[in-house]
Design a protein around this ligand. Structure first.
Ligand code: SF4
Length: 386
């Protein structure tokens, strides 16, 4: 089978990173295509350039520095006050896998985007403190309009979500009136409102598989996840040329170096990583071990390390994940493929800000109608396909 990875809007004169014919390879794990007997042409994709939100000195950080109490509290005092306030407020603390270790340790629930959405939808707590980035707190607010959803720093943005606007999606829909828009959960609420389906990295493949074959699909905003979905489903999808600056930084050389140092380790790759496409090529060429290379969402990584027999895991995603994995399976060793893969947006949620969120009930996140209801439909479809 010859496969050409076609991508919309590739600049003229594209230069493939690799052009090669690979031999047939038998795959033995479900996170990879069932066959890689392919001629692979990988395009060099130039992402749309958008301003990356800055979190250098946020309003929440300034408020902490000027606070009459917080700068004088020790870490232990902050923790004790958080514990007391969460009871008084009857609050649930949800934290993403990329949060700082201390935030993860305090949370009632730690998970990936899909799991956190499910938790938000299920909780009875009147107050949800969302320790993650803004689009995640928005998702919780969309699912729970009758609860108070707080984010400790509302400027915790996302470079990936910032690559697409609702107006741009409307324009695509105008040009493709019968097309279906699948929006990765890393999008703002007004973009979700324009989408037919939401998905996360854990169910993106299933969501696309659930769409009738004759439909044109726009997958946004992450091009690397989109390429992975295209590869796994065999569907040609229009890809939005967005990327997460943290995951885009992973290169095939990083993977090769890590595998050279730990030849017996399992390799866990997040599908947003910039190197996933090259890794699939390397798998097809036999340069990566198919039986030890796994493409997983962060939730999938947790399940993997619980079940795998491998004593060492190479982890290709944001480094906050290592704390989570260490807690899940402490007897194993975890090596970051790129130790500087740090999301400054996730790390902008700190202990003092969490305390202030509970003390002052800041910052509430609300999504107004009609955007909320329209986004809700796309999110409900995501939650149905798990
Ligand atoms: S790791 Fe990337 S996708 Fe995730 S919140 Fe940070 S910038 Fe966004």
């Amino acid at each position: 089978m010859a496969l050409h990875w076609a991508v919309d809007n590739i600049p003229a004169g594209e230069i493939p990173l690799f052009t090669a014919t690979a031999g047939a390879t038998t795959m033995r794990n479900p996170t990879l295509p069932s066959e890689l007997d392919v001629q692979v042409e990988l395009p060099t994709i130039m992402p749309r350039s958008k301003t990356r939100p800055s979190v250098r000195l946020t309003e929440a950080q300034r408020a902490i520095e000027q606070d009459a109490e917080i700068p004088y509290l020790t870490e232990q005092e902050l923790i004790e006050r958080i514990q007391q306030l969460r009871k008084e407020r009857n609050a649930v603390i949800l934290a993403h896998n990329y949060q700082l270790p201390i935030i993860q340790d305090l949370a009632d629930f730690v998970g990936d985007s899909l799991q956190l959405s499910q938790q938000a939808a299920q909780t009875d707590a009147p107050v949800i403190v969302f320790c993650g980035v803004h689009f995640m707190a928005e998702t919780a607010a969309i699912l729970c309009p009758d609860r108070t959803v707080l984010i400790p720093d509302p400027e915790a943005g996302c470079s990936l979500a910032a690559t697409v606007t609702a107006e741009e999606v409307r324009q695509w829909k105008q040009n493709h009136p019968d097309g279906v828009v699948v929006a990765y959960v890393n999008t703002n609420a007004d973009v979700k409102a324009e989408a037919d389906y939401c998905c996360t990295s854990s169910n993106a493949v299933k969501v696309v598989q659930s769409i009738p074959e004759d439909k044109e699909i726009l997958f946004l905003p992450d091009m690397f996840l989109g390429l992975y979905v295209q590869r796994m489903t065999g569907r040609k999808v229009h890809l939005w040329l967005g990327e997460c600056h943290v995951h885009a930084g992973f290169r095939a050389e990083d993977i090769a170096r890590a595998l050279e140092s730990y030849p017996d380790a399992d390799l866990l790759l997040h599908p947003e990583c910039g190197c996933v496409s090259q890794c699939m090529f390397a798998l097809a060429a036999g340069d990566l071990p198919a039986e030890r290379t796994f493409v997983h969402s962060t939730g999938g990584m947790v399940r993997h390390v619980r079940e795998s027999r491998a004593p060492i895991h190479l982890v290709a995603t944001e480094v906050g994940m290592l704390h989570r994995l260490q807690k899940e399976a402490p007897h194993k060793q975890y090596i970051p493929v790129k130790a500087d893969a740090i999301c400054e947006y996730m790390k902008t949620i700190t202990l003092p800000k969490l305390y202030r969120a509970l003390r002052d009930m800041v910052y509430p996140v609300r999504v107004e109608e009609p955007i909320r209801s329209r986004a809700r439909k796309a999110i409900d479809r995501m939650l149905e396909v798990v």
